[in-house]
Write a protein that binds this ligand. Structure first.
Ligand code: FES
Length: 141
């Protein structure tokens, strides 16, 4: 087999290019904190009765910054309702469309996908389950 020196060189270059990005992310994290910035749950949260969510519907839990939808086959899906554009808490749900109050981005609550710019990144998916008749959503599985 021939050696592939170019591949290893590319790997090294990519590693170097990532370093400043990681540094920026760390800075952004430590700069946040207790300023009341809306946040996605970091531990499982009890969202209430499972019966409140009909098949084909979605429900926005503003206090927890979570949106949950139920497919026609009964499957639950949960997403963070923190807008991926600039981090606003989305406070409006029309049918299964989430509308961000800050710059008007819209997301599909059943898939997390962007349906209206300026956001370009889908909502963060969370784990969700029905437990003893209650919906419990948590951090990403
Ligand atoms: S923060 Fe949601 S559209 Fe800008």
């Amino acid at each position: 087999m021939p050696a592939r020196p170019s591949a290893s060189r590319r790997t090294v270059l990519r590693g170097a290019a990532l370093t400043p990005v990681a540094g920026l992310a760390l800075t952004a994290c430590s700069g946040g904190g207790d300023g009341g910035t809306p946040a996605t749950p970091t531990a499982p949260v009890d969202l209430g009765a499972e019966s409140e969510l009909a098949k084909g519907a979605a429900k926005l839990y503003r206090d927890q910054n979570v949106v949950v939808s139920r497919a026609e086959n009964g499957d639950l899906k949960a997403f963070s309702s923190i807008c991926t554009h600039a981090g606003c808490a989305i406070n409006k749900l029309q049918g299964t469309t989430l509308i961000c109050p800050c710059h008007g981005s819209e997301f599909d609550a059943t898939t997390g996908e962007v349906v209206q710019a300026p956001a370009t990144v889908p909502l963060k998916e969370l784990s969700v389950e029905a437990k003893d008749g209650k919906i419990v959503a948590g951090p990403a599985a």
